[in-house]
Ligand binder design. Sequence first.
Ligand SMILES: N[C@@H](CCC(=O)N[C@@H](CS)C(=O)NCC(=O)O)C(=O)O
Length: 263
Amino acid sequence: MRRSQANILVTIPISHFCEKARWALERAGIDHVERRHIQIVHQVAARLAGGGMTAPVLRTADGVFSDSTDILRYADTFLPEPAWLYPADTTLRADVVALERRYDAVLGVEGRRWLYHEVFKDPRPFMSYNLTGVPRWERMVFPFALPAATVYINRYLDIDEDTVSRALRLVDEELDAVADRLADERRYLTGERFTAADLAFAALAAPLIVPPQYGTPLPAPDDMPARMADRVRAWREHPAGRFAMRLFAEQRRTTVASVDRSR
Ligand SMILES: N[C@@H](CCC(=O)N[C@@H](CS)C(=O)NCC(=O)O)C(=O)O
């Protein structure tokens, strides 16, 4: 990996949008320091890094990238075309861009709604996972701040029984649509090549399938309350869930040979 202390990635460690960025940076061999924060504190950290209110934010010598998609595009500039997440072919690229946008807007948002709703019922089994790698003062403050943070996050992300049952329906529709796409036995969502669509789909499906290769430890289904574990096991068995698990197993730790950008 290239050594460059200039690259700072601000994250909420368990966030799937942050996982999406982390995966792309690691795949492209872009060395970076990850600055992990708990929810709400991340808004301050993101602003201080030059971004907006959301994580991830990547600060580099080339500029600040405050959206996961922009981080994937930046990662591509370090790679030769055959490995680009956004292929040069314009038709293929348009398909990839549309799919990624859809997973960001639907799967990423709705899966997170379900996850927070479940976790807030009893946060204790999840607390340590949320705190991996965050500063010590944030770990100490978190248990006391959690009740107020729960109210804030429920409002901010519009989480209640109605929005969550709708979220579950939308998530299942997305998974079925992916299964339909894969029905012709193609290896990846747009054909025979791994792209941003695959990376985004797998990363944003992570709250549903909790893959062991995720960039920060997550609980195994056996360590979750039964109601959550049952859903996770069912999603893992869905053809789209199996596909996301396969992408994590095959692609998550792969670093692609990069180009020399100094020339
Ligand atoms: N479009 C953004 C979405 C990022 C996003 O929603 N990040 C979440 C973490 S999963 C976040 O920061 N949520 C808290 C907030 O919006 O304050 C991206 O792709 O980077």
